[in-house]
Write a protein that binds this ligand. Structure first.
Ligand code: ARG
Length: 463
């Protein structure tokens, strides 16, 4: 790219060309070229609108459309010469258009600025990505529902403080993960509403003197509404921050799930197996099978959280309207999108492949005095005050620790040492199945409730 060409787009005012390093330093084409499809889509709609408004002739519009389509094909074929001298995706495409169709190419930018153009491109790009992410999220959620249905009656210990607390069903545990992701999806779709507004027409900052029809451009690009204030339209990046916030929260949820998967695949827990295709070995320790996918997802939380802070800090104290600072919005946003999409894809593939070790889970629940609360509740039903019942059961547990026996393994006379209210109907409540089935209300761990929650979940995912 010669200096002369370089200056064609904005060089009228300049008496020397840009310093070579400054040119490279200020360019964004290395990363914003990934928005080429949206840039062309926005330009085609703009040209259509300009022709309808009488600003371009139909022939000029057709030449622009044809040129842009060819450019898109060149880019997709890898035949496009990207130039750092042309700074960004917008000027690269516009310069190529002028190369191809001559002076008409220079008319495309009528009534438009790169400021409203770039804001439009990012929104179009993010909208497309949100729709892809939504698909992966729905796939993952369906995988959780399928597993939960299969494991509705599988018993495992539920934990507080990572200590065995009460028995739960594995299906119920999976549905807790589902709830987290359900909220993430609500946030994603809510964010999409604010992404889906059209900045084009704001021009550089104040609007334009041409008789543009913003409503028409809006319609052509499928936006829900136009941005109502030109100064805000070119400078608002809330939508990118909102996306990073929901992405950070979603990856945080995935990190919580990851942590449990890492624990559960350890020899010490051995609750689940992950198929080999989601794991790697060690180059030195032949016995190792490492849960790499969950570990890596857990680790990726850091960068997404970082991107949220980057964007918040980018916008902090920025005066109206567009500032070059805003070029820094793209890399954090792009990486947040890529990271979230990758994590969701890996999880959507992996979750259906989890193999629970049902016997091990059950045994862990049995060994951990997980039905102690059930015994206390039993005594309350027999008329003992809850605090006294708590004390009685505490003593029975201490006895069990001493004798290495779970409550359900003690004889009736052994149990009656602690309270003569205990009769032989106690063994029903001390069973793990009895314990989970008794928690039979909306949100409880009973297998019937898990199945009902799966049915409700399917309606939400498929809505
Ligand atoms: N590459 C720029 C960005 O990403 C495009 C907008 C530049 N506008 C300007 N007046 N310099 O934000």
């Amino acid at each position: 790219m010669s200096d002369q060409q370089q200056n064609q787009l904005w060089g009228g005012r300049f008496s020397e060309s840009t310093d070579a390093f400054v040119q490279e330093f200020t360019a964004s084409v290395a990363f914003d070229r990934r928005m080429y499809r949206q840039d062309i889509q926005g330009s085609m709609a703009h040209a259509t609108m300009l022709a309808e408004a009488g600003v371009l002739t139909d022939d000029e519009r057709d030449a622009i459309h044809q040129g842009l389509k060819e450019i898109r094909a060149e880019i997709e074929a890898g035949d496009f010469q990207w130039s750092v001298a042309l700074e960004d995706v917008h000027m690269n495409i516009e310069a190529r258009l002028t190369d191809k169709i001559g002076i008409t190419g220079k008319k495309l930018h009528t009534g438009r600025s790169r400021n409203d153009q770039v804001a439009t491109d990012i929104r179009l790009w993010l909208r497309d990505e949100i729709d892809l992410i939504d698909g992966e999220l729905a796939r993952l959620m369906t995988g959780l529902l399928d597993q939960a249905e299969r494991e509705a009656a599988t018993i495992m210990p539920g934990f507080t403080h990572l200590q065995t607390a009460q028995p739960v069903t594995f299906g119920h545990h999976l549905l807790a993960w589902f709830e987290m992701l359900k909220r993430d999806r609500e946030r994603l779709l809510d964010c999409r509403k604010r992404v889906n507004r059209l900045p084009l027409g704001a021009a550089a900052l104040a609007g334009t003197t041409y008789p543009i029809q913003r409503e028409r451009t809006r319609e052509l690009l499928g936006f829900d509404a136009v941005c109502e204030n030109s100064l805000d339209a070119v400078s608002d990046r809330d939508f990118a921050i909102e996306f990073c916030a929901l992405a950070a929260l979603c990856v945080t949820h995935l990190s919580r799930i990851s942590e449990e998967l890492v624990l559960w695949t350890s020899a010490q827990f051995n609750f689940i197996d992950l198929p080999d295709r989601f794991c790697t070995g060690s180059s030195i320790m032949p016995q190792k099978k490492n849960p790499d996918v969950p570990e890596l997802v857990r680790g990726k939380t850091g960068r997404v959280n970082g991107h949220l802070i980057s964007l918040l800090t980018l916008m902090k104290s920025q005066p109206l309207a567009y500032n070059k600072d805003n070029q820094e919005d793209k890399e954090p946003l792009f990486d947040a999108v890529d990271t979230l999409a990758g994590c969701l894809r890996a999880f959507a593939d992996m979750i259906p492949a989890i193999e629970p070790n049902r016997e091990v889970m059950r045994e862990a629940a049995r060994r951990g005095f997980a039905t102690a609360t059930d015994l206390a509740d039993y005594l309350v039903r027999k008329g003992v005050a809850f605090r006294d019942a708590h004390e009685i059961v505490g003593k029975a547990v201490a006895h069990g620790v001493d004798k290495k026996k779970d409550l359900s393994e003690m004889s009736l006379s052994e149990l009656r040492q602690f309270s003569d209210q205990i009769d032989d109907d106690v063994f029903e409540v001390l069973t793990l199945e009895g314990s989970v089935s008794a928690r039979n209300h909306v949100g409880g761990t009973a297998p019937d409730q898990v199945r009902a929650a799966v049915a409700r979940g399917r309606e939400v995912v498929n809505a």
